[in-house]
Structure formats: C-alpha cells, structure tokens
Design a protein around this ligand. Structure first.
Ligand SMILES: Cc1cc2nc3c(=O)[nH]c(=O)nc-3n(C[C@H](O)[C@H](O)[C@H](O)COP(=O)(O)OP(=O)(O)OC[C@H]3O[C@@H](n4cnc5c(N)ncnc54)[C@H](O)[C@@H]3O)c2cc1C
Ligand code: SF4
Length: 317
C-alpha cells in the first residue's frame, strides 16, 4: 500500500470540497472494496476523505410514499429494516445474497453501488486491462471469460458489475442523490447511473470527480411476489454468474425483472417484461436480444432462461 493522508468530513458539502480540491483524493466509507484495491495498488489515492460522520445513516419515509436511504446506511441495516422487508422484499433479499455478514456490517449503500468489477484481470496487475490502465488492452477478451458480460460489452471491456443490491434498485427504479463541491445537488435515475464500457471502461458511473452520493430514494412500493435468485459457484460468499431480481404480479400476469452477472451494469429490458405471461423462454429471448458470448460464458444464456423458470414457478407458490 502506498502512503496516503487522511481527513474526516462532517458535512456532505465539506466532504465533496475536500475531494474536489485534491485530484488524488477518494471518499472512504466501509472501505471493504477501496482498501482491498489500495493494498493491490490498483487504486493509489494520495488522500482519503472519511465520510462516515456525515449523518447519512438513516432510512426515512418520503412524502411520495417511498423511502430515502442515506448513503452511509450499512447493508445489514438496510436488509433488516422492517419497511424494506415488508414493502421492498426484493431489495432485502438481494442484499442478503451478497458478501458475508461481517462485510455487510461495514458495506454502505453508496459504496456498494460504486464497488468495482471482479474481473480477475482487473486485479492482476501483470495483465493488460483497459479499465485499470486505459489503452492497455483487455486480457479477458480471448482469455478466461467465464464470468464476463454477454450484453452491452465493447471491444475494450467485457467486465460485469458485481453488485447484488444495485440489481434490485434497478428493478425498483431507485434514484441516486448527490452533492458536488459547490453544494449543487442532483438526482440521477439508477438506469442512467452505471455506464456501459464503450471506449472508456474506466468511466463507470455518471458521477463527476468529487461528487458525493448522499442517498438513494425508492418510489412507493409495488405489489407482487418479490424474489431474488442468485446463481453462483458456491452457496454463499460468491459473486453472481447470473442473478434475477423480480416482482411478479399475482397469477404471473406481468411484473418487473432486472438481471445481474450479464453486463457492465444492472440489466433491465422493460419491453421484455410484456412476455412474462408467456413464460421463461419468451421472456429470456427478449432480455437476451443482442447477446454476444464467448465459448466460456455462453452457458449464461440458457442459465437465464432456467433461472427465470425458477422465478416464475416460485411466484405461482
Ligand atoms: C470477499 C468479498 C465478497 C463480496 N461479495 C459480494 C457479493 O456477493 N455481492 C455484492 O454485491 N457485493 C459483494 N462484495 C462487495 C461489497 O458489498 C462492497 O465491497 C461494499 O458494498 C462496498 O461498500 P463500502 O462502504 O465498503 O465501500 P468503500 O470500499 O468504502 O468504497 C467503495 C467506492 O465507493 C466510493 N464511495 C464510498 N462512499 C461514497 C459516497 N457516499 N459518495 C461517492 N463515492 C463513495 C469510494 O471512494 C470507493 O471508490 C464483496 C466484497 C468482498 C471483499
Ligand atoms: S474485461 Fe474490462 S476489467 Fe476485465 S481485463 Fe478487460 S478491460 Fe479489464
């Protein structure tokens, strides 16, 4: 790990200003992703701004009938919140499918949205990676690509986004609230928050340097059977090969679906949701339109269909 300086912010605008005036600075929340990356010298911030004392750790009802989740709410507390368990079961289940109890106790809402890919070549500094070092090349293309993207990838990067929580938030049409160093706030729909890799895989979100996430809002609850199915190599403590967040209406008349493990961002195809009454095969065909596979990750296509079949069967009860 390289030497760095550290300071603690007490207000969101102050935190944003502290990072903005130091181009080598990063926010640190739970540290469960950033510190790992610093130990490997994949991230080498010269300065850390601790955001744990910004009082952004509460979950509150909104006037619109939804919830506002502070950026510093721990994954454990969000999953256990009575309102989340009752009205946003898909979110609670997605959170509990992620990481381990100890990690969830530290991991924050904002940090989880901003965690970086688990592509093994991103973590191996002896291998070329356009995300780690723009212009270097991509060792995953033509390399070991079993975990990689089948949708929305580019010739520069085929990494997937690893967050479970973000998949449920995409399904729920969450909105990300931010503040910048001038105190200006903005609201970013989660559909626009994570980016596809294109020619700049190192640019992963819509945030500008120094912009701080202050919270995430959920709209009023949607009825139906909430579920999160995560297919992975081990029963726990593993990232998704394919995951499906679902809210299915009674009788399977319709619903919403979002997918993890398939792309550089949580994947949702609203048009494909019209096929839900026609079953898993038809719905998977709509979701996977335009998919491009490698010999190693082609198994994800039938896996999507089978996981959807399990989701629909569970929703019937
Ligand atoms: C062994 C292991 C297994 C895991 N398994 C899973 C899994 O199965 N599913 C899953 O979803 N996740 C998994 N995770 C990831 C874990 O959930 C994330 O590391 C965690 O959510 C990150 O949150 P954090 O608060 O620790 O972020 P940090 O490490 O503190 O920060 C992450 C990034 O977010 C930035 N940041 C933090 N807060 C803010 C803010 N308010 N505004 C702007 N930027 C901010 C930081 O600068 C940094 O770039 C796993 C992690 C580990 C180590
Ligand atoms: S897939 Fe993306 S993250 Fe992985 S090596 Fe290629 S450029 Fe890097």
């Amino acid at each position: 790990m390289k030497a760095f300086t550290y300071e603690r912010a007490t207000t969101p605008a102050e935190a944003a200003a502290m990072v903005a005036r130091n181009p080598g600075a990063r926010f640190i929340a739970g540290g469960t992703n950033l510190l790992d990356l610093m130990k490997l010298q994949i991230e080498t911030p010269q300065h850390l701004v601790d955001v744990n004392h910004l009082k952004l750790d509460t979950i509150e009802a909104t006037p619109e009938g939804g919830l506002r989740i502070g950026a510093l709410v721990r994954n454990t507390d969000l999953a256990a919140d009575k309102r989340v368990r009752k009205d946003y079961g898909v979110l609670s289940r997605a959170l509990l499918a992620g990481a381990s109890g100890q990690l969830r106790n530290k991991a924050t809402t904002a940090g989880n949205l901003l965690q970086r890919t688990r592509c093994p070549y991103f973590y191996d500094t002896t291998k070329p990676c356009n995300k780690r070092q723009p212009g270097a090349g991509c060792a995953a293309i033509g390399g070991f690509s079993r975990n990689h993207a089948v949708l929305g990838a580019s010739d520069q990067c085929i990494a997937t986004h690893p967050s479970d929580m973000a998949v449920a938030m995409r399904l729920l049409d969450a909105k990300v609230e931010t503040v910048d160093s001038s105190g200006t706030t903005r609201i970013i729909p989660i559909a626009d928050f994570h980016r596809l890799p294109g020619a700049t895989p190192e640019v992963e979100t819509a945030l500008v340097p120094g912009e701080l996430i202050t919270g995430v809002t959920l709209p009023a609850p949607i009825g139906g059977v909430h579920s999160y199915h995560k297919v992975r190599d081990r029963a726990s403590y593993a990232f998704a090969l394919v995951s499906v967040a679902a809210v299915i209406e009674p009788g399977g008349r319709g619903g919403r679906l979002a997918f993890g493990g398939l792309a550089h961002k949580p994947w949702r195809v609203e048009a494909a949701e019209a096929s839900i009454p026609n079953g898993a095969k038809a719905t998977a065909a709509g979701v996977l339109a335009g998919a491009r596979t490698t010999p190693q990750n082609a198994f994800k296509l039938p896996l999507v269909e089978r996981t959807l079949a399990a989701v629909f069967a569970d929703a019937k009860g």
